[in-house]
Ligand binder design. Structure first.
Ligand code: FBP
Ligand code: MG
Ligand code: MG
Length: 336
């Protein structure tokens, strides 16, 4: 039987390539793995346990929180608080960042931004959902309280990023700046195994992912790009195929494996787009670029955007280089 590398072995084996490589980032990735296992366990039995449905309150963005949004948030916060690798965390489900001031955290050098449960609209219908995380080195002095500036760093300063996909199988996909690797969870053994080494997205693809139900609200450039995707021209793989799961992690993962482009543009209903720069777009952009793809807001590289707010939204164009470039071409031609 082929022997697969466990995530633990991979982390230790590649620690030398990690930025600042003193073991703290490895330990942090292990903590995220642990919290991911706990969330996975809850999601797998979601239909049986009283954890489907609405939690009964809205998050800072005015979105109804699902019970699993809150449960996943609590599991990640409590796991990371119980271990000393980070000095603070910010989450989609919390208005403000949380500073970990206990002694075990005083020398911690990292902060984490997290979307604890991505694809909330799919939780109750048994469709793939995920967790997205982004890791930065703090800029404030260790031993002092963490600050907002520690979180408002541009994506090009990330030291690691990744996601968990809770789907037909559960996967953990991450980068520390040396390519992208995917690990599949074996529930029988309770370990993640390296199943997708050095993931690379195809330069071009045949899949476009966008919620066309919002077409009337889209900028002219996006409307023109969609029409271009639907025209008949075999030489350029057109018409392309439309696939939209409605969970960013799931649509991203499919496109990463097969080639494709995911677009969540701004629109009359979402003047700045829907997705959040710090804990959705930046980590996915880092992964996509490390896998040979591209990510922008239609004009500017996502990872060069300067964040000003914890929960700010941006338009998101992400995927195969050729396809993102084509969409940007239309955005440039039909600037609004
Ligand atoms: O239903 P819409 O407007 O197409 O939005 C779907 C998008 O919103 C999201 O659900 C937003 O993420 P959350 O579920 O974490 O809030 C993405 O996962 C997904 O791609
Ligand atoms: Mg999300
Ligand atoms: Mg979410």
């Amino acid at each position: 039987m082929q022997r697969h590398t466990t995530l633990g072995e991979f982390i230790i084996g590649n620690q030398k390539d990690f930025p600042y490589a003193k073991g703290e980032l490895s330990a942090l990735l292990s903590s995220i793995r642990l919290a991911g296992k706990m969330v996975n366990q809850e999601i797998n039995k979601a239909g049986l346990a009283e954890i489907l449905g609405k939690f009964g309150s809205d998050n800072v963005q005015g979105e109804e929180q699902m019970k699993l949004d809150v449960l996943a948030n609590d599991l990640f916060i409590s796991t990371l608080r119980s271990r000393g690798e980070i000095c603070g965390i910010a989450s989609e489900e919390m208005e403000d960042y949380v500073s970990f001031d206990e002694d075990i955290h005083k020398d911690a050098k990292y902060v984490v931004l997290i979307d604890p449960l991505d694809g909330s609209s799919n939780i109750d219908v048994n469709v793939t959902v995920g967790t997205i995380f982004s890791i930065y080195r703090r800029i404030s002095e260790p031993g002092t309280p963490v600050t907002l500036e520690d979180f408002l760093q541009p994506g090009n300063k990330q030291v690691a990023a990744g996601y968990l996909a809770y789907g037909t199988s559960t996967m953990l996909v991450f980068t520390t700046g040396n390519g992208v690797n995917g690990f599949t969870y074996d529930p029988g053994i309770g370990s993640f195994f390296l199943s997708h080494p050095k993931m690379q997205i195809p330069e071009d693809g045949k899949i476009y992912s966008i919620n066309e139900g919002n077409y009337v609200h889209f900028p002219e450039g996006v409307k023109k790009y969609i029409k271009w995707c639907q025209e008949l021209d075999p030489a350029t793989n057109r018409p392309l195929t439309s696939r939209y799961i409605g969970s960013l992690v799931a649509d991203f993962h499919r496109n990463l494996l097969k080639g494709g482009v995911y677009i969540y543009p701004k629109g009359t209903t979402a003047p700045k787009g829907k997705l959040r720069l710090l804990y959705e777009c930046n980590p996915m952009a880092y992964l996509m670029e490390q896998a040979g793809g591209a990510a922008s807001d239609g004009y500017t590289r996502i990872m060069d955007l300067d964040p000003t707010e914890l929960h700010e939204r941006v338009p998101f164009f992400c995927g195969s280089k050729t396809m993102v470039a084509k969409a940007e071409e239309f955005m440039d031609q039909y600037r609004d």
